[in-house]
Design a protein around this ligand. Structure first.
Ligand SMILES: [Zn+2]
Length: 79
């Protein structure tokens, strides 16, 4: 069971209710209700089945996608 980390949302989802994909920073799902990104950690069991575990918000807060997007185009004015 996943819980949307958007505090004003907090919706709960079963793994088969969300679309898990990878945008380059590891697996994540977007909350169907509010669209917030929720990061996941993939675990492969001995039988080969992959299960996903939700990463607590404080562990991903260091590199929010929005901050990285800003960093991608830094104003370079050095003269
Ligand atoms: Zn949500």
């Amino acid at each position: 069971m996943f819980v949307c980390h958007n505090q004003s949302c907090g919706a709960r989802w079963a793994p088969d209710e969300v679309d898990i994909h990878n945008e380059g920073q590891g697996p994540l799902f977007r909350c169907p209700l509010c669209g917030a990104r929720n990061h996941l950690k993939a675990n492969q069991g001995r039988d080969g089945a992959v299960t996903y575990k939700q990463i607590p918000r404080e562990h991903v807060a260091k590199t929010p996608p929005s901050a990285e997007a800003k960093r991608a185009t830094p104003p370079r004015r050095r003269s």
